[in-house]
Structures are given as C-alpha cells and as structure tokens.
Design a protein around this ligand. Structure first.
Ligand SMILES: *Cc1c(COP(=O)(O)O)cnc(C)c1O
Length: 497
C-alpha cells in the first residue's frame, strides 16, 4: 500500500509514552537477569505499539467491521458453498465438556466424544451411500490425498503394481491433479464435450491396466450434472480402476441422490462446504473420507469403532480407537478437527432426516433463479438447467472492454462479495455463481439488481466500473503481493519522540 495518509495517520496508532495497561512490579531480584544466558537477553526494548485502551478496542472493532463474511452479507463464491453457518453449531462446539477434553485422555473417559465421532461417521455414510467414513483429514484436498492413498494401497495389496494413472477431467478443480501428483500418481486429462460434461469417447482409449482410477465431481465445476456417470463408472470399473468422488459439490445432491449409488468407490466431503462449518480464513476445515464395501480396511488410523456387545455396567465401554488391516497409516494427528465435527453433527441433527432433503433442491432452485434473471446481461456459455452453481463467461456485451475482474470489483461497491472469477479455466472471463439454499428471495433479487446495474453501467460509463471499487476501505490491491508478501506482526513505521 503506497498511500502515505493511510499508513501513517490511520494505521500507525502508536504514540511514544502512551499506555493502556499496568503490569505488576517486577518481583525478580536484580541479579536474576544476569543469571540468564546472554544470548537470551534483549539488548533493546521490543518495538511494541504504545496505545491507550480505547484506541486498541476501536482499532480491532474497526478492522472486524471491514471483514466480509457470510454473517455480513451474500457470498456467492462459486465452488466454495459459502452457506450460512448456524449459530447453534457454534454453541454446541463451545460446550466446556467438549472444549476441555485432551486428545491423550483414555478412551473410557471420552465415550461421549467418540460416540459423536462414530455417529457422524454413520450419518455421513448414510447420506453419501458409502460403507464407512473417517473424519481424520483436515480439508477437501487432504481428503483427496487420503482417498488416492487408499486407491493406491488397494491396488498394491492385490499386487497390481502397474496402476499409476489417475484420470481427471479438464474441468476439474486444481486440487484434483495436485493431490494425484502428491500421492505419487500420474495425471491423465480427459476432455469435456461442448455441453461441459466428460467426453466418454475421449475417455475410452485412456482406460487400460495402468489406470488406478478416475476422479470426478458431480455436478461438475460448471454446475452441470454428469448424466453419463453410470456409464463412466462402469467403464472405469471394467478397466480395473476405482472411482473417486470429489465431494466439494455434494450440496445439490443432498436429498436427491448419493455418490455411492452413482458408482463411486471413494470420496471426500468438505464439512466446511456442505455441512455448514466455517471456512475460517485458513483456519480449520475437515474433509472426511468415505469408502464403499470392501475398502474399509484401507482407511487411515486411528478409527473410531463400536463394540455393540459392550456392557457399560460391567465397566466395558462401547466406543474405542482401532485401525484397519491394511491401513495407509495416520494422515493427521489424533482424529482430525473435532470442533468442526461437532458443528457438522449439530447441523445434521438440527436439520433432521426430512429437512436435509430440501437442501439440494433449494440450492438448485436458487442458482437457476439467478441464472435466468441475468442471462440477458451476461454471457451464458452453457444453456439449460444447472445444479447449485453456474458459470457466466463475462458480460454479454464485450465491446465496452469491461472485464469479469471489473464486475467483481464493482460488486463490492454494492455490498456483495464477488463470485469466483477466472475459474474454471474453460472460459476466458469465467464468473462462477453459487447462491446456496440459505438465501431469501429478497437477497437474491438485490444481487440480481446489482448485477444488472453493473451491466448497464458498463455500457453507459465503463470507466466507473473499470476503476471500481470506490466505496471500500482500500481500492484494488496486488493479490499476489498480498498472498506472498504478508506482514503479520507489528512493525513500527516511524520512530516518534
Ligand atoms: C473446494 C474444492 C476442493 C478443495 O477443497 P478444500 O477443502 O478447499 O481443500 C476440491 N474440489 C472442488 C471442486 C472444490 O470446490
């Protein structure tokens, strides 16, 4: 940021000699300092900001007001399923009987927590049509890696050593090929047809006895349901491969169909997407992995298992930690992110068996509503009914020179978080919109209104859109520098006397 005014007068609040606290008097004897090793002693006082209490409180409160999240507004970030995180999830996860557990406690003292894990594993298995789940992986991508390690271990356990290839559609999320590479497999790309779905004719010649499996998400990253999925699964299975489901797009399927029934063998679920746990600014996520019948023994350790014959009255306990016969090892410390599991469990129970069936259809309805209202203003490369999300290829009228980035920035002026932009890579001006099922008709209409206004502005006053945002605390930032060149600790900018 080169804005001197912002740096010095607003951000730097420190004034020499200001104080907002008082520490107790140092009770160590004077010579204590000298008994410490020299290299551990400071030669100069640390450079800490010197501020009074109200200044500190206002600083953090103002910063938090600049933060955008699902609690402040509509967040149609395609592929990310930024659904509202109900507060009851938070309330449950803050329960002191959960918060104060230690991961090294004996099993008999944490039966309640293990029961929650076990039941969540069971619920996910039922929702997804899988046989068993592990909650250990920390994110979707981590689940992909875990799933691919299971796939590899499955082939190795049968002494089928040639299977090193993983087929990935060209519309796939970048984590798919990345996870396959990290798992030590070779990535083979299969093309999409003009309608956005996997080209079965392009797939056939790729299938031989070196194929370990295929990764797909359904609906795909364009929001289109892969209607050939049963045929694709059959072809991959006939070639001896396994089907991996990237569950990032599970939301629209809730209540309608299950990946297990579509022919998938291994999958992950992003609890921070479909099951309403926070995405958390790099904070904890969770990517539980499920497998079909016959693959349970490859799940990572430890697993939460249940002894249905245990008699608590005899001091026997029901839930315990175990491992499979041929596990891939441990892929996380302990059992993953417990706090996230509590939130997902609370979400599933608070919706209940009946209401959870409305999630997918409502997410689909909302996406189609927004798409139909905007398709005269924005380029819709793939016509027809979408699932939970859809992609525009920029403004319909390209003559103005206004880009997808400009539209995204201008949306900030209207108080909306931008959609995902320039992904998927199949279109130059991709703009991926996912409203989720939570949003009211009024919110969707307000977003549609803003998007239409921007399309009109782009024609009448393109400079206004190209120079946006105008109403935000900062203007266009250097995204790359912001990601690579972070300063996360306090640095005194100027010395003052
Ligand atoms: C979000 C996403 C992932 C990766 O999940 P993370 O939890 O962010 O690691 C993978 N595939 C698709 C399609 C996604 O949208």
């Amino acid at each position: 940021m080169n804005n001197v005014f912002y740096d010095k007068l607003i951000f730097e609040l420190s004034r020499h000699g200001r104080q907002g606290y008082s520490l107790p008097k140092n009770s160590f004897p004077d010579d204590f300092r000298f008994s410490l090793p020299k290299h551990l002693l400071r030669s100069q006082a640390p450079e800490l900001p010197e501020v009074d209490e109200p200044t500190v409180v206002r600083h953090y409160t103002n910063m938090s007001n600049n933060n955008v999240g699902v609690d402040t507004g509509f967040y149609p970030l395609g592929s990310c399923t930024m659904k509202y995180n109900p507060k009851i999830n938070e309330l449950m996860s803050e329960n002191p009987t959960f918060v104060n557990l230690h991961p090294l406690q004996c099993e008999e003292t944490v039966q309640g927590a293990l029961k929650l894990y076990y039941e969540l594993q069971q619920m996910l298995a039922e929702i997804a049509g899988m046989s068993e789940f592990t909650l250990n992986p920390y994110a979707g991508a981590h689940g992909e890696l875990t799933g691919l390690m299971i796939m590899r271990q499955f082939h190795l356990s049968r002494n089928d050593l040639k299977r090193v290839k993983v087929i990935v559609p060209d519309s796939a999320h970048g984590t798919n090929p990345a996870s396959a590479a990290v798992a030590g497999m070779q990535v083979v790309v299969v093309k999409s047809r003009p309608d956005g779905t996997v080209d079965v004719d392009d797939l056939r010649p790729l299938l031989d006895d070196t194929v370990a499996g295929m990764m797909m998400t359904n609906p795909n990253t364009l929001g289109i349901f892969e209607h050939n999925i049963s045929q694709i699964a059959q072809l991959v299975h006939e070639a001896g491969g396994l089907m991996y489901y990237d569950g990032a797009n599970l939301n629209p399927l809730l209540g309608k169909c299950r990946p297990g029934d579509l022919g998938f063998d291994i999958m992950h679920i992003n609890l921070h997407k479909t099951f309403s746990t926070p995405h958390g600014g790099g904070g904890p996520g969770s990517g539980p992995v499920g497998v079909t019948d016959g693959l349970e023994q490859f799940l990572p350790m430890p697993r939460v298992l249940r002894d249905s014959e245990a008699n608590p009255e005899k001091g026997e306990y029901e839930f315990y930690l175990g491992g499979g016969d041929i596990p891939i090892g441990a892929i996380s410390s302990f059992l993953g992110n417990f706090g996230v599991a509590i939130r997902a469990y609370a979400y599933i129970l608070s919706l209940g068996r009946e209401n959870i069936k409305h999630v997918g259809p409502l997410a689909t309805l909302n996406a189609n509503y927004v798409k139909e209202q905007l398709k005269d203003y924005y380029e819709l490369p793939l016509e027809g009914v979408c699932k939970h999300e859809f992609v525009f290829d920029g403004l319909k009228d390209k003559s103005t020179g206004v880009t997808t980035l400009d539209v995204a920035k201008r949306l900030l002026d209207y108080g909306f978080h931008a959609p995902t932009i320039y992904f998927p890579l199949l279109f130059h001006e991709a703009m991926m919109i996912e409203p989720t099922e939570n949003e009211s008709r009024e919110t969707l209409d307000a977003f549609i209104d803003a998007m239409k206004k921007i399309a009109i502005e782009a024609k009448e006053n393109p400079e206004l859109v190209k120079s946006a945002p105008h109403n935000t605390p900062v203007r266009r930032l250097d995204d790359t520098k912001a990601a690579l060149d972070q300063i996360v600790t306090y640095r005194m900018l100027t010395k003052q006397d």
